[in-house]
Design a protein around this ligand. Sequence first.
Ligand code: PRP
Ligand code: URA
Length: 210
Amino acid sequence: MTVALTIIDHPLVADKITRLRDANTDSARFRALCREVTVLTAYEALRDLPTTTIQVTTPIATTDATILAGRAPAVVGVLRAGLIMVEAILALVPEARVGHIGLFRDPTTHLPVEYYRKLPTDLDQRATILVDPMLATGGSAVAAIALLKAAGAASIRLISIIGCPEGVAAVQRDHPDVSITLAAMDDGLDDHAYIVPGLGDAGDRLYGTH
Ligand code: PRP
Ligand code: URA
């Protein structure tokens, strides 16, 4: 069974995505917009996190109240561009453990090449949130999810800012158990495997290396 694909349908997200797409948006504003879109998208993607009930004593009374169950989630960013989304998720879930996977796309084959990996050791006991702004061919996400599963992760959610049908199909084909949440779904890929209309190279725009 293939689990959910969710595409955010919200005027605030749509407005921010438009500003991200705009080639005139500078890196500082681009980073701020990525953080804001990530928070709004994660709000939806994390809707099904397990919860439990505890008692809390307010200044007025003791009451049953809801908290996240079990160990805090792990958030894993795909370097470089996923870093900005890690920061945003940490603002929502400050207790989260953080992992990093370094991948770059080979410019000729467009296939992901791994250059770094540091993950929490108990992923089997945490919800794992994989973040990468761009889901293009899906090669990077497919490879990152395979690494997470090899490290024990059993409950994985992928959050991206912009995806396209090719990337979604690749993840659903290889990892049908992974939920995908996108802030926007675009038309497809160009000859260089960039998303169209997309926003260009996310890492370069975030860090001013274009
Ligand atoms: C981008 C992006 C994804 C990948 C998506 O990274 O952040 O990791 O491309 O493409 P795919 O779905 O076709 O694999 P990039 O290789 O540009 O590296 P960077 O973040 O270091 O710039
Ligand atoms: N990586 C990016 O940063 N942008 C794309 O459009 C595709 C891959």
